[in-house]
Design a protein around this ligand. Structure first.
Ligand SMILES: *Cc1c(COP(=O)(O)O)cnc(C)c1O
Ligand code: SF4
Length: 328
């Protein structure tokens, strides 16, 4: 550990990755955990917001490997979103008009049990700098391209020098108008929002949209609010996508608290994703009917601008599919 190493990198070296530590810290029976090939992983700042001795804590449920993951259902597959055929070259996924998604890194500051890329072929998506150059050269030929999305994994796992190098190459593509970053870092490790990060973001010649991933209002504490404030102050547009998860946030109170707390932190709700049918995630699923009923309640209780779009991902579709509620 060097003196100059930023706090967030120290946190990344000390992620909690074993059930013994977690069960001790939270005073939860060790037997409640299972071993998984998608390993347990959680950063300390996120862990600090989990209530001890509460097996039903909505943040704990997002990160704890439990035996329900072993439940087999043939409708739940490894590549539920059919991303593989859209993974055109290492690091690049193209599904939608005008946008290209880059797998910047496979690393995350925590492992979300419901993650739709939990079985993604990250080992085939580790482009070298030269490979990135050729991916971006290839994208130059798409005259309809308007936006590049940094995704992963969590793109902010990469060092700022690397990210600013990649972002500046993106900004060099004349027809690209925006850079979007999908990240969970401001909630997982708020210290990730450093002056280095803010420095290259504000020097970039493109507007930056950051889509956070926050599922429950308990994820947002004062340190998160401070980090988000810095980003907003740095000119970043902040949006949130959440995943609708059974027993985590599948009720009106949870959704209302989340949307209102997001707004108070300077973030607008963007998407509420109906959970994808990914192997090992059946325990998070709920029926479309229930999702629509909840959504109707949200529309009836929140101002329009605080209601995210309820969407699901259909393989082969040209956009995310809106799940509109049925009128009563
Ligand atoms: C979700 C997604 C996008 C972005 O879609 P928006 O509707 O613009 O948020 C882009 N590329 C891929 C591969 C995606 O899955
Ligand atoms: S941070 Fe994102 S990519 Fe990483 S495990 Fe969670 S949902 Fe998946």
């Amino acid at each position: 550990m060097t003196a100059s190493e930023p706090m967030w990198q120290k946190e990344m070296k000390h992620l909690v990755m074993d059930a013994d530590t977690l069960s001790q810290q939270l005073d939860i029976p060790r037997t409640a955990f299972i071993a998984s090939d998608f390993p347990l992983k959680v950063a300390a700042p996120f862990l600090s917001r989990i209530r001890p001795r509460d097996i039903h804590d909505p943040l704990l449920k997002q990160i704890m490997p439990v035996d329900a993951e072993l439940h087999k259902d043939p409708r739940y597959t490894a590549d539920a979103l059919d991303e593989r055929p859209r993974n055109l070259s290492p690091g690049l996924i193209r599904k939608y008009h005008g946008r290209a998604l880059l797998i910047v890194t496979g690393t995350c500051p925590l492992h979300c049990r419901y993650c739709f890329r939990r079985q993604f072929a990250y080992n085939e998506n580790r482009p070298s700098r030269n490979q990135w150059r050729s991916v971006l050269n290839e994208l130059r030929h798409d005259k309809n391209l308007r936006e590049i999305i940094f995704s992963g994994g969590d793109p902010l796992s990469a060092p700022d020098r690397y990210l600013s190098w990649l972002a500046n190459m993106v900004a060099d593509i004349p027809q690209v108008e925006r850079l979007r970053i999908h990240t969970r870092f401001p909630v997982a490790i708020p210290q990730r929002v450093t002056s280095e990060l803010l420095g290259w973001l504000s020097c970039l010649s493109l507007p930056v949209v950051m889509v956070l991933h926050i599922n429950h209002s308990n994820e947002i504490d004062q340190s998160v609010i401070t980090a988000l404030h810095k980003l907003r102050h740095g000119g970043v547009t902040l949006l949130n996508q959440a995943v609708l998860l059974r027993d985590v946030n599948d009720n009106l109170t949870a959704q209302q608290n989340l949307c209102e707390r997001l707004f108070a932190a300077g973030v607008l709700p963007y998407y509420l994703h109906f959970p994808d049918r990914v192997q090992g995630t059946t325990h998070f699923s709920l029926s479309v009917r229930r999702a629509r009923r909840l959504y109707r309640q949200m529309l009836n209780h929140l101002p329009g601008y605080l209601v995210p779009r309820l969407v699901m991902e259909k393989p082969g579709a040209h956009a995310k599919t809106l799940l509109m509620p049925l009128n009563e």
